[in-house]
Design a protein around this ligand. Structure first.
Ligand SMILES: Cc1ncc(COP(=O)(O)O)c(C=O)c1O
Length: 409
């Protein structure tokens, strides 16, 4: 949140005044910052420089092609979860040898396509999937590199809907299926088991769940060694958190980096990461306009033109995206709630006990919406998907136009 400050009464984001942009463009819209994107990449690279990992940006967090192209230009690869994302990664100039394909339910068409493109790694999550890749590769006369995604039964200490590493979750191979894969395919001519993969969830705030993963992997690699199986890569997934309000602390990336480096040295493996939110979360915001202010019996409702179809994270994950006024006035104490126009009680963005005095037609900024914002948007209530703008080199570029009603009806 350190990228926001007020200069006088005007809100600056990455030193850019939001007032002028808000006035010039139809609200609501997403706004991204190239400087922030570049800073995030260079911080991540610098922190892990001793480890020198392959960094695969998780496209599901932000699937705007221009944004992905910017990551690609900075040397970043892609973590994809569908044929659509795989094609988007390739179209965005990401080379196949920097693409990993995750997901619990890849279809035969998706696998055939991924195999034919010779991507870096297909991360498998079931015995049936490995079997299918083996038979497809045989037919296509290719040898495919796969990763085995493990279900370590580790609590990520995050929201239940973004927790993926418990043994009740659908993700990863159980011990039983993992053993079955190893027994049946360790000597296959058509697949090479080259990686172990783990991803236990998202918005993980502390290092200890990741340490538990490293310990689990240490043990698994040692067991495989005993069976004469050498693993070349370990894909540690994503999951690192970002602060969503001024009180939250930053994820201790340096501490994690030092543990990962020790792990890499001990096991003599190459490391892959699949960060989404950590690279893109603070790269985006939503600018919205207040339509009405209405007095409820218990609180004031600030009805914004942005709604849950534009940003569903509050409704889906109880996420708290700090809201800031774009033109600050004197702070007043009163209970207010920001809500959207959609016919659902869950269409809301946050409650405040004190806030800058607001008026109808004021602009507000919904912060940290670069990850799982636009990519999770929908046309619910027949609302067109909103535009995406990018600030780069002091210019404002429209990087995806707002849909019009005719496109969706
Ligand atoms: C397999 C996999 N990798 C990476 C990610 C990215 O996670 P995050 O955005 O928390 O870094 C996800 C997110 O759900 C995922 O499922």
């Amino acid at each position: 949140m350190e990228n926001f400050r007020f200069k006088g009464n005007k809100l600056l984001w990455n030193n850019y005044s939001l007032d002028t942009i808000a006035k010039k463009n139809k609200t609501p819209f997403y706004l991204y910052s190239y400087n922030q994107l570049k800073t995030n990449v260079s911080n991540f690279k610098k922190t892990f420089n001793k480890t020198n990992p392959l960094i695969c940006f998780s496209l599901k967090s932000n699937s705007n092609q221009k944004i992905i192209k910017e990551y690609a230009e900075l040397g970043i690869g892609a973590d994809v979860v569908s044929i659509g994302e795989l094609k988007l990664a390739l179209k965005s100039n990401i080379k196949p040898n920097k693409i990993v394909f995750s997901g619990v339910g890849k279809t035969i068409e998706e696998l055939r396509y991924a195999i034919s493109k010779k991507i870096f790694l297909i991360n498998c999550e079931s015995f049936s999937e490995v079997k299918l890749i083996n038979s497809l590769s045989k037919k296509m006369k290719l040898k495919t590199k796969i990763g085995l995604r493990l279900n370590p039964n580790i609590n990520a200490k995050t929201h239940s809907k973004i927790s993926t590493g418990n043994d009740k979750d659908k993700f990863g191979l159980s011990k039983l299926e993992f053993k079955k894969v190893i027994m049946n395919f360790k000597n296959s001519d058509f697949i090479e088991i080259s990686a172990l993969t783990i991803h236990i969830g998202s918005q993980i705030k502390e290092v200890f769940p990741f340490n538990n993963c490293l310990n689990f992997l240490n043990k698994t690699i040692a067991d495989l060694k005993k069976a004469n199986i050498k693993i070349k890569y370990v894909d540690l997934g994503g999951g690192m958190s970002i602060p969503y309000d001024f009180k939250e602390t930053k994820f201790p990336l340096k501490k994690y980096a030092s543990n990962v480096y020790n792990f890499k040295k001990k096991n003599n493996v190459k490391i892959i990461f699949e960060p989404g939110r950590f690279l893109s979360g603070n790269v985006g915001i939503i600018i919205s306009k207040i339509i009405y202010i209405k007095e409820g019996a218990k609180k004031k409702f600030i009805v914004t033109d942005a709604a849950m179809n534009d940003l569903i994270r509050t409704a889906l994950y109880d996420a708290n995206h700090t809201i800031l006024p774009i033109n600050r006035r004197k702070e007043i104490k009163s209970r207010i709630e920001f809500v959207g126009p959609i016919c659902e009680s869950s269409d809301k963005f946050g409650e405040y006990k004190k806030f800058s005095r607001l008026e109808e037609s004021d602009y507000i900024c919904i912060t940290n919406t670069g990850a799982y914002g636009r990519s999770l948007s929908s046309n619910y209530n027949m609302r067109p998907l909103i535009a995406e703008l990018l600030i780069k080199n002091n210019k404002i570029l429209i990087i995806r136009k707002r849909q019009n009603i005719n496109q969706i009806s």
